[in-house]
Design a protein around this ligand. Structure first.
Ligand code: FRU
Length: 603
């Protein structure tokens, strides 16, 4: 069965030379269809997707040579959305898609009638205008498609580069590639062309990038070098280099540069100036260990030590490491902090970011705490795969997380895109009242700079009858709210975001327990996953009874930070309607609202 679709005759000249591409669909059997595009003039072939359709496997041949393989839920009965397959910029001219589907169609005619084969479109454009009410306004999201870990991030010449685990062909995890966005201020992001797609060694999993100032790798001074996991039959570590400041990458022909037995992934590198060599951490996912390698040139890596056996949270898999040297607040001291993302087994179930504080001598990391001690960067349910930007100015350690949880990330109620990043935050170390060192995280200065008009709220003693204040109405109520509460012994304070439909996020500060908690069980849509409704609790590490908190609301997220960075909590929410009010109350005596401001944000 053959179908020929002649597409828009865009390039008809006065002499009548037709140059419109010929798109031909040959359904060869219920499980195999060929799509041929001869000499495409258009940039894209738009592929129709149905989210719950069975997975189809496409081999993209360019002038007869295999160029790309991808998995996609091609639309069977109805089209949920389109994704673009790039036609230009491939080595050859004529493109052939060899489409294999599971043989679920009963006969040839059914297969030929599948919605995708008649819905294919050639186009020069792909419409990325936003269609999602839950798309945040001041958090990074991909224009379309699925996103998980932020990875390979670096700063250079005024630009922050964010690469991310991306599926260009659907809104669930698949086809791991590196998407790319850049920003001058960590808030407003420009979508760039993706930089890495899977190859014969496998899909492109997480990794890191460095700016090779001294040309140790031989790709030039200031070349950007990325190491990432090639996830094929095994997980090996590959290198790519960029001579145009991270806009495009070429793979190193000697790949893989590290081939270590077992499931090991997410290489994270930094320059050790003292020992004049590179250090790399690699997660040995199933062994719950971080492997530490060193290298003079980013190509030859020697395993020097391992850390983690028996330490901290040991459930699930260990992933996405980072190691950084952080100042201890209020002193001239520094400590080393080793970040270890873990899934499942996080503080609120599912994914979470734990860390270890200690010392690193260039070869070995030694943790200060007992092996049984577990510390978390963020106590919400939606903070994962957090790693820092390399080469950041003024020694900044700016951390970015993926604002989701593997428990339900594929099911959250958005479709055009799935998942956002958390707000960027700056890290330091503080000494807790128990004498242990902890990581303090505060929103980055670029987040502070968003504050526009502030409306001061009237403080006073809190009681059972709530003090209520309206949130801004513009932009679906996005805002920052800062408040300070004084709690005597035995007191608690309740802070609630809500709307007229009864959707609410209820937060509690508890003086005796010294905790901050957030209850999102009635926050809006929660029934897409049993794991989503939750109450998350953070130790506040307060010690004074004076709690100063910053809340950031952005359509589908609520992030809470202690102003001194002593706790942080990131949670997704999906209210049917934006929250319109905040209330402050207390069921006890001894709780006083000292000061509160609702900040409009300058976007
Ligand atoms: C963490 C992770 C990484 C891996 C990537 C794959 O969320 O599992 O370990 O590199 O996602 O997308």
């Amino acid at each position: 069965m053959k179908k020929t679709l002649l597409t828009a005759m865009t390039a008809l000249t006065a002499l009548g030379a037709a140059s419109a591409a010929d798109l031909r669909v040959d359904c060869l059997s219920p499980s195999n269809t060929l799509v041929r595009i001869t000499d495409p003039q258009e940039k894209y072939l738009l592929l129709p997707v149905q989210e719950n359709a069975p997975m189809a496997h496409i081999r993209v041949l360019s002038d007869g040579r295999l160029d790309e393989t991808l998995n996609i839920t091609l639309a069977q009965s109805n089209i949920d959305f389109y994704v673009p397959l790039r036609l230009t910029g491939r080595d050859g001219k004529d493109i052939l898609l060899d489409v294999r589907t599971d043989n679920t169609r009963s006969n040839h005619r059914d297969a030929n009638d599948a919605a995708w084969s008649s819905g294919l479109k050639l186009s020069d454009t792909f419409d990325t205008s936003n269609t999602e009410k839950y798309r945040p306004a001041y958090h990074h999201t991909p224009l379309y498609g699925w996103m998980n870990d932020p990875n390979g991030m670096f700063y250079k010449d005024g630009l922050w580069h964010l690469y991310y685990q991306w599926n260009p062909y659907g809104s669930k995890w698949e086809n791991m590639s590196w998407g790319h966005s850049t920003s001058k201020d960590l808030i407003h992001w420009d979508a760039q062309e993706p930089v890495l797609y899977g190859d014969a060694l496998g899909a492109v999993f997480s990794g890191s990038s460095v700016v090779d100032h001294d040309n140790t790798a031989g790709f030039g001074n200031d070349a950007v070098i990325a190491l990432f996991t090639s996830a094929g039959a095994s997980q090996v570590q590959s290198m790519a280099h960029s001579e145009d400041d991270g806009m495009t990458f070429r793979r190193y022909e000697g790949n893989p540069v590290i081939a270590y037995e077992r499931e090991s992934r997410d290489p994270n590198m930094f320059w050790d100036a003292e020992n004049h060599r590179w250090v790399l951490l690699l997660a040995s996912a199933l062994d719950h260990e971080m492997l530490i390698f060193t290298s003079p040139d980013l190509k030859e890596w020697a395993l020097t030590s391992k850390f983690g056996h028996g330490y901290g949270a040991q459930d699930g898999v260990w992933e996405c490491p980072d190691l950084m040297y952080l100042p201890v607040v209020g002193t001239d001291d520094h400590k080393w902090v080793l970040i270890c993302n873990i899934n499942p087994g996080g503080p609120a179930g599912g994914s979470g970011t734990q860390y270890f504080v200690g010392d690193f001598d260039g070869t070995t990391f030694k943790c200060d705490s007992e092996a049984s001690v577990t510390k978390w960067i963020d106590y919400g349910k939606d903070y994962y795969a957090a790693v820092s930007f390399s080469n950041a100015p003024a020694d900044r350690k700016t951390l970015l997380g993926w604002m989701s949880n593997w428990e339900y990330a594929n099911d959250v109620p958005t479709r055009q895109f799935r998942s956002a990043n958390s707000l960027p935050r700056e890290l330091a170390v503080f000494k807790g009242t128990d004498g242990e060192y902890y990581v303090a995280s505060v929103p980055s200065p670029e987040v502070d700079a968003l504050r526009g008009k502030g409306t001061a709220l009237k403080g006073g003693q809190l009681s059972a009858s709530a003090r209520k204040f309206a949130l801004p109405t513009a932009n679906d109520g996005i805002c920052e709210i800062s408040f300070e509460v004084e709690l005597k012994k035995g007191a608690t304070a309740e802070v609630t975001l809500y709307n007229a439909q009864g959707e609410k996020v209820a937060m509690t500060l508890d003086a005796d327990k010294d905790t901050f908690s957030m209850d999102r069980r009635e926050s809006g849509k929660v029934d897409f996953s049993q794991q989503f409704p939750a109450v998350t609790v953070a130790p506040a590490h307060n010690g004074t009874g004076h709690y100063s908190v910053r809340l950031f609301i952005d359509r589908s997220s609520v992030e809470a930070f202690a102003a001194d960075g002593h706790f942080a909590m990131t949670n997704l929410v999906f209210p049917e309607n934006p929250y319109t009010h905040i209330s402050f109350s207390s069921p006890t005596k001894g709780a006083r609202l000292e000061k509160a401001v609702i900040w409009n944000l300058k976007l």
